[in-house]
Ligand binder design. Sequence first.
Ligand SMILES: Nc1ncnc2c1ncn2[C@@H]1O[C@H](COP(=O)(O)OP(=O)(O)OP(=O)(O)O)[C@@H](O)[C@H]1O
Ligand SMILES: [Mg+2]
Length: 461
Amino acid sequence: MGRVLVVDDELSMREFLAICLRRAGHEVAVADSGAAAMTLLAATPADIVVTDLRMPGKLDGLGLLRAIRAGGPGPEVILVTAFATADTAIAAMKDGAYDYLTKPFKVDEINAVIGRAMEKRALVAENASLRERVAGRVRMAQLLGRSKPMQTVFELIGKIASTRTNVLITGESGTGKELVARALHTEGSRASSAFVAVNCGAIPEELMESELFGHVKGAFTGAVADRNGLFRDADDGTLFLDEIGELSLGLQVKLLRALQEKRVKPVGGSAEIEVNVRVLAATNRELEAEVARGGFRQDLYYRLNVIEIRLPPLRQRREDVPLLVDHFLRRFARDQNKALSTLTPAAIKRLEDHDFPGNVRELENIIERAVALASGPVIDIADLPVLRTPVTRPGAGAGDIPDDGVDLDRLIADYERAWVQKALDKTGGVRKKAAQLLGITFRSMRYRLEKLGLEKGDAEE
Ligand SMILES: Nc1ncnc2c1ncn2[C@@H]1O[C@H](COP(=O)(O)OP(=O)(O)OP(=O)(O)O)[C@@H](O)[C@H]1O
Ligand SMILES: [Mg+2]
């Protein structure tokens, strides 16, 4: 059963068709001209349009058919025609009419045609959603990615966006954790309410409690008025706790309480206030290791980590590099008011081979600089200065900063990698011993190996 629009200038015909179709269980609308039909369709789409071929006015049946087809995949159109004009109706099939009926027709005939047209529509719709699912998207909200790991991330976001489940977003710095948090918000049912983000590492501990839960006037020096706090600012929406690993143990207790009770107590206040907030958290630390070490509460960890979205480092999804390069080229050309440039194949290859310790943010910075510095529309390897920065060896102090600057994240990662490698060499690849040599836990060693891309299938341990 579906929605059918009947178009005929003749009242008796409109009424006859409307009665037949309603009896067959369809929802029916009527229009007395092609123009009136277009107005109705713009307001409420129909599955099927049954229209008389010959009508006075600007739009006859054929005109209406063409207008509907010009607007993309709209309703199926069935033409009603007198025997004398059947040739025109047959010709109209190639303009996209689904079928035609010659007057006079029986009720059975019209029901059969409408039934087939409805079946076709259902098939087309099923196909379209299938195609959408199979082809995958290269973009979700602001997130781009065609690699398998990113497709999996998109799928997961799609599944859980409209739930209230707490999500822990993990991954190295610059992998897009904040964009995932925003995507979970905008793709979900809370999209029209607030998205409130707070960086737990950036706010001094003594201010954090009132920042999160608010305070009442006079609660402490400087509390000159009541303040709601971020939980209440995010009521009905999403609260994103970035760098959750930086939260002090004292506040972890209070946060856990707020999550369990779904209520917050402002500093200096006595009453608890109910909140409806979806909490997302992100960290680039290995929280499980923090839990083992006693720096992060296990109960809070499990509360926050109902579902984990782990973003892979860019070096584990290199096929996303060209897509991201293209995206950043466009963005920075627009921001900097420059003509759109392209990279030479050699430059793209060089980027694809790069390890990106700073992940997508590093790639973004490289392209921003290249667009700013490029003298022409073509960017070559020589225009990618960061990639030419020499690797600093362990023991080497900070050298002079070259004119085109350095990439601190990368220097630090290179430094770390070199020491880890040295330790591994010394212990013949035994990771436990190497960790001892470096004064770190085995867990931390495993984390670093993965982060630095040094992980190999080694046989020992
Ligand atoms: N998949 C992506 N598609 C498009 N842009 C991305 C993607 N991932 C990251 N970016 C961009 O890279 C930059 C870093 O992303 P984001 O701030 O989300 O990373 P992060 O994981 O939160 O990093 P940090 O741990 O350092 O806070 C942002 O400018 C973001 O727009
Ligand atoms: Mg971030």
